[in-house]
Design a protein around this ligand. Structure first.
Ligand SMILES: NC(=O)c1ccc[n+]([C@@H]2O[C@H](COP(=O)([O-])OP(=O)(O)OC[C@H]3O[C@@H](n4cnc5c(N)ncnc54)[C@H](OP(=O)(O)O)[C@@H]3O)[C@@H](O)[C@H]2O)c1
Length: 339
């Protein structure tokens, strides 16, 4: 037995045991009450607490929302819902045709102005950022949605990942995200008003083996949001890292929604109706998680087992997904060879 354990047993033998029992009961009760209060706060946030009004950020006053990765999935839904709330929208992603079609739909459906800019964030082309600076400099921007991101194609051990995928993730999810934020901020600061939503992921909260670079890029986003949010708090600018679990989209490769995996529409609706409400992510400053099933999952992850448990759990899930993805690749290769 270690000297510490021996000393502990000796103390118990020498003293009245009831003192220790009382001490541990008080600690236990304190922990239970803290968890219960935190769960009630979660329910209050999700079902009773209203978010900040979008009017605070310029809705229906001719202000603009800039949305990256706007032509599909979650970004497209942000563009439509912000246009419905009467923001003009600047839509940015790679495919000009998809952007044009969305722009036409938005203008005819919501009677707002829209602009498009096609660029590949992975290229990190200086010219694109100079062009964007010029375009955005002329707009009264009230909202920025940092949504664009790229991911590993399938779960892959870091050592086996290609340099191209690693560079793309860093260029899009980290460098591009910082550059756009820096371009948009001066106008927000001078007008003392702004909302910056950074679309984050559970992967940023729980380190995710086999998606290591993506996971780290989302952790970067969460940390940066907390630091920037604190810097800008007194300037009327709200920064929010929005924590998401799976959502139906091309990136998640999930096509069917379920209780835990919503379509982008209800997910974005809950985010825009709960600005400033932390929900299941109340342990991280300037982060939120307000889609109910995601918020509950976020709360459980942070209030039950320790992080090593969830990291190891992620490892076994991704090992399994990788095996299935590799088998699928083999089948597809064999089928195309046979043709
Ligand atoms: N879906 C999920 O389960 C999930 C979970 C957690 C977090 N998220 C986060 O949610 C955000 C949106 O994801 P999503 O699922 O909606 O993805 P998605 O459906 O694949 O849409 C991605 C959008 O980004 C654009 N895009 C992709 N790469 C680009 C690049 N290099 N340069 C410019 N534009 C690019 C795409 O349009 P083009 O192809 O035309 O460029 C598309 O508009 C991401 O930040 C992601 O990390 C998603």
């Amino acid at each position: 037995m270690s000297s510490f354990s021996e000393k502990f047993v000796q103390i118990i033998q020498e003293h009245d045991l009831s003192i220790f029992l009382a001490f541990f009961s008080i600690v236990g009760a304190f922990v239970a009450v803290t968890k219960a209060l935190s769960f009630w706060k979660l329910l209050f946030d999700l079902y009773l607490r209203p978010g900040k009004s979008l009017k605070q950020f310029g809705a229906d006053t001719g202000a603009w929302a800039v949305i990256t990765g706007a032509s599909d999935g979650i970004g497209k839904e942000f563009a439509c819902q912000l246009a419905a709330a009467k923001f003009n929208v600047l839509l940015i992603s790679r495919t000009e045709l998809k952007l044009q079609n969305l722009s036409n739909d938005i203008e005819s459906k919501y009677q707002v102005e829209s602009k498009t800019y096609a660029m590949d964030f992975a290229k990190g082309d200086k010219k694109d950022y100079e062009n964007l600076k010029e375009i955005i400099g002329k707009l009264n921007v009230g909202v920025l949605i940092n949504n664009v991101a790229t991911n590993h194609e399938i779960p892959t051990p870091f050592i086996l990942e290609t340099d191209e995928v690693i560079n793309n993730i860093v260029e899009v999810n980290v460098a591009g995200f910082l550059r756009i934020t820096k371009i948009v901020l001066p106008r927000m600061i001078s007008s003392n008003r702004g909302l910056i939503i950074n679309v984050g992921s559970f992967s940023g909260m729980v380190p995710t083996p086999y998606l290591s670079v993506y996971s780290a890029s989302k952790a970067f986003m969460s940390t940066f949001s907390a630091a920037l949010g604190t810097e800008l708090n007194s300037k009327g600018i709200v920064v929010e890292n929005v924590n998401l679990y799976f959502v139906v989209s091309a990136m998640s490769k999930i096509r069917k929604s379920s209780w835990l995996v919503p379509q982008p529409k209800p997910c974005v609706k809950s985010i825009l109706s709960k600005i400033g409400v932390s929900g299941g992510a109340s342990n991280v400053p300037y982060s939120s998680c307000v889609y109910p099933s995601h918020a509950l999952a976020n709360w459980l992850i942070t209030n039950t087992f320790n992080q090593s448990f969830w990291v190891n759990n992620g490892l076994s899930i991704n090992e399994d997904i990788r095996k299935r993805a590799l088998r699928k690749r083999e089948r597809e290769a064999a089928a195309s060879k046979a043709q």
